[in-house]
Design a protein around this ligand. Structure first.
Ligand code: SF4
Length: 286
């Protein structure tokens, strides 16, 4: 069997940076992560085996004196940061620089009189974190919600409006949301906050699909961007109906039927560690 890797796969810059910071911090002790540092159970197992403990926002210990707390790539709210510091924790800020830029932009727009609309998934950690920097921002998940929010805002009082997006939102969805708001607020200030990392992995998979008979997507089942890659492999290839594709959280998930294919493509989500990609590739080659 011939295995071809996607041109772009695995850790994005923000996740790799957070993992490197965790790796360096684990020589100290004790070290906590504010929520799961990465959506990959194998990588988390290694980190917890080395002493990393995961904090739950709802059940913060009363005393974190002497402890280091790593803030994950998605970032957290300033209120949560303050709660950790007030308990004595030393913060290691692994917020992805691109997410940090969105947080600060939302804050500065808010302080200069803009009403900020934030396009993204309301329950996603990154969106919750940005909202903490612009508390009166309005979260919109799609163009219909965006239009309704804009009309309500306009009925209350005409204001200056700005749009910021979750870094992983699709470009098409972001443009559609902007168009919907511009129907009500033609002077909407649209900030480009989209990160190319997700798009690069998806584009790379689409070109890979044209060259292979089947695809294995390496990554965690809980990782939204990994599951999205699986859907793309199965449904949208250039000029084709999609390929047989499977998600492999570990090499044990590779199905026996993969043996029927002579050329197999390998891609991986932005939270999939290198060692897992290598292990999956090795089993496929064997
Ligand atoms: S996807 Fe982009 S914004 Fe999000 S953590 Fe990775 S590099 Fe940062």
């Amino acid at each position: 069997m011939k295995v071809i890797r996607a041109r772009v796969l695995g850790y994005c810059m923000g996740v790799r940076r957070a993992m490197d910071m965790a790796d360096a911090a684990l020589s100290q002790s004790p070290v906590y992560a504010m929520g799961p540092l990465i959506h990959n159970p194998q990588a988390m197992k290694i980190l917890t085996g080395r002493g990393l403990a995961v904090l739950d926002e709802e059940k913060l210990p009363a005393d974190l004196s002497g402890a280091s707390v790593i803030i994950r790539a998605h970032g957290i709210t300033p209120a949560l940061e303050a709660a950790l510091v007030s308990r004595g924790a030393a913060l290691i800020d692994a917020t992805c620089p691109r997410v940090k830029a969105s947080q600060l932009k939302a804050q500065s727009l808010c302080s200069t009189g803009y009403r900020v609309l934030l396009a993204g998934e309301g329950r996603h950690g990154e969106v919750i974190g940005i909202q903490g920097y612009a508390p009166d921002c309005i979260i919109v998940g799609n163009p219909t919600e965006a239009m309704a929010a804009a009309e309500k805002l306009f009925a209350e009082r005409p204001v200056k409006t700005a749009l910021i997006g979750q870094t992983t939102i699709s470009e098409d969805e972001y443009a559609a949301i902007a168009r919907a708001i511009e129907m009500v607020f033609p002077d909407l200030c649209v900030i480009n906050t989209i990160c190319r990392a997700t798009r690069d992995r998806q584009d790379s998979l689409r070109s890979l699909c044209a060259r292979v008979d089947a695809v294995i997507v390496a990554g965690g089942r809980e990782s939204a961007n990994t599951r999205r890659l699986l859907t793309i492999a199965r449904t949208s290839t250039p000029g084709g109906p999609g390929k047989p594709a499977w998600l492999a959280e570990t090499p044990a998930d590779i199905p026996d039927e993969i043996r029927r294919y002579t050329t197999v493509g390998l891609c991986a989500g932005a939270s999939t560690p290198d060692f897992l990609i290598d292990a999956v590739e090795q089993v496929l080659c064997e």
